[in-house]
Design a protein around this ligand. Structure first.
Ligand SMILES: Cc1cc2nc3c(=O)[nH]c(=O)nc-3n(C[C@H](O)[C@H](O)[C@H](O)COP(=O)(O)O)c2cc1C
Length: 215
């Protein structure tokens, strides 16, 4: 499908059909797309938590704001996107080792240069004190990936910031793992009477594209 058409077709579902399921294979494909999301110096400073069992959903429900509860309960599964709250030299080395295992370095010199380049970026943000914000920003790129991938696989979705992120951290024990919840993506099949469906409501965007002016 043409990518612009995909963007025009997908929308944030407000009401799900709670009888509809999603194949495990499709959920796996969506998560694999999330993992493929690009990030600055390839730090991938996030983790994705799939919640689909009724026990898991019941626990996670406590972090969902009232206005999102019905859609949360009716969706089939959700993905909690958590971003790292701290990064250090060990984390950088772990990524470098994986890049090495994936055959990205011809020799030890390239490995060393790569490690130093990545560490400089991470140290720079630690020095500025904005490592959390840096990681959080990257994780929203993954949110985009999940929304578009879901639609491409025929799955409807809703991004949720209407959550208590600290509560989600508590439920998933994320603080201990240096992670903080950023948002949750609901996945499922839209109900036929979903008020936000494009059958009932047109998509609406303002023009935010401007010609850059140079003095
Ligand atoms: C970061 C983010 C957070 C959002 N949080 C919520 C939410 O908590 N509840 C909800 O129903 N919709 C939420 N939305 C959906 C937006 O309202 C929706 O994407 C926007 O109105 C544009 O409409 P469309 O996605 O249908 O094109 C969120 C969207 C984004 C991108």
């Amino acid at each position: 499908m043409d990518f612009k058409e995909l963007l025009k077709e997908r929308y944030a579902v407000k009401r799900y059909d709670n009888k509809e399921k999603i194949d495990d294979k499709v959920l796996k494909d969506i998560l694999e797309c999330a993992v493929l999301t690009p990030s600055a110096v390839n730090m991938q400073p996030w983790e994705f938590f799939l919640v689909k069992t009724s026990v898991g959903k019941e626990k996670l429900k406590a972090c969902i704001k009232d206005f999102n509860i019905e859609r949360f309960c009716d969706c089939y599964a959700c993905i909690v996107i958590a971003a790292k709250t701290a990064l250090n030299a060990q984390d950088v080395m772990a990524i470098c080792k994986k890049e090495e295992a994936d055959g990205r370095f011809e020799n030890k010199e390239i490995f060393k240069n790569r490690y130093e380049h990545m560490l400089k970026a991470v140290d720079g943000h630690n020095f500025k004190g904005d490592i959390k914000e840096w990681c959080a920003k990257q994780s929203y790129i993954a949110l985009g990936t999940i929304l578009y991938a879901s639609h491409a696989y025929g799955v409807d979705s809703t991004p949720l910031e209407g959550i208590d992120a600290d509560k989600a951290d508590e439920i998933l024990d994320l603080k201990r793992q240096n992670l903080h919840t950023q948002c949750i993506v609901l996945l499922g099949k839209a109900a036929k009477d979903d008020s936000n469906s494009l059958k009932f409501r047109n998509k609406s965007r303002v023009n935010t594209v401007k010609e850059a002016l140079f003095k």
